[in-house]
Ligand binder design. Sequence first.
Ligand code: ATP
Length: 393
Amino acid sequence: GKGIAVLTSGGDSQGMNAATRAVVRVGIYLGCKVYFIKEGYQGLVDGGDNIVEASWSSVSGIIHKGGTVIGSARCKDFTTRPGRISGAQNLVDRGITNLVVIGGDGSLTGANIFRQEWPGILDELLAQKKITEEQRGKYGHLNICGMVGSIDNDFCGTDMTIGTDSALHRIIDCVDAIVSTAYSHQRTFILEVMGRHCGYLAIVGGLTTEADFVFIPENPPLPDWPQRLYLALVGALASEADYVFIPEWPPEIGWPTKLCSKLTQEREAGQRLNIIIVAEGAIDRNGDPISAEKIKQVVVDNLHQDTRITVLGHVQRGGSPSAFDRVLGCRMGAEAVMALMEATVESPAYVVSLDGNQAIRLPLMACVEKTKAVAKAMEEKQWDLAVQLRGRS
Ligand code: ATP
């Protein structure tokens, strides 16, 4: 059978275990030898006990766990050619020519570089007599398939990344808990959620909890709003949210005035509390960060409200995965194995994604490049372009 290896890399997210489990079981079902690579690319470079054959039962009892049971890491060695040569040797030694990488855009970029370099690396290993002529011939091509595990939903090409839905559940639980205490004391709470370049968690979290104000890195105009933010729109309609600010479309410089008048209006209408949600990457039109502290200062100075900050942090990434993320992980994992089994020398490196509730395969690098272009557009303050690029694919 074919050799397949699976690794998780970069930040962990809920649902990665479901994806790993699906890769192992579908692989075994199709007659492959499946291997875990522990601790991300570090385990690939180091080899040894980090690369172990998986069995059907070795992935029992992991679907409900958060994080990734095979471990994840950031790995400097893999960003160097000697590190990747060592990784290739470890794969060839075990007859592995199919690699599934579950991670963010950095991890997927690394996977693609590895694949491109593979034939040259094998020639080098052959010249150094570290592999045989037979191995060079048999394992001459590396197939790659990526899956995006990230709670931020910040990848172009998929409607939802693995882990986003669970993170939203966690955020909603936290906001609901805070609302009850804020009500008692007529307080204003500022909640910081994750999202360095993407306001998805903040906006959907805000809309589904009736937050009064949301700061995010983007704020796309409604008619062009991409399908992947469909939930946000439905949430807005369902919850009658009043105002939204996100990281890719920063608020006008006059945001403090707008914020204060909005909060005042809500209090005058009888509301006993205010909830403001700020994405960790929120910025203003000058590119300056809008931190929870800065917002608190504005509220306290102008409205003299009893104002508190809660940073949700890693709580969002912890805990058990939602039903959606478990199913998403299963579907993506199964599709990744199918993509590898059907790959030919001409096939590109794939990333599997969700498009209108269909599991599909897309060329990995085109998606990574688009994702990087969004970040660049935002850095250059081209918010319209960022929104346009972010679209569905
Ligand atoms: P997250 O979104 O959670 O940060 P990520 O996959 O983008 O996930 P990175 O830290 O960018 O996280 O990358 C994870 C690992 O992937 C790195 O530590 C490195 O080993 C590898 N990697 C990233 N970029 C490259 C690259 N250009 N070449 C080779 N390897 C890379």
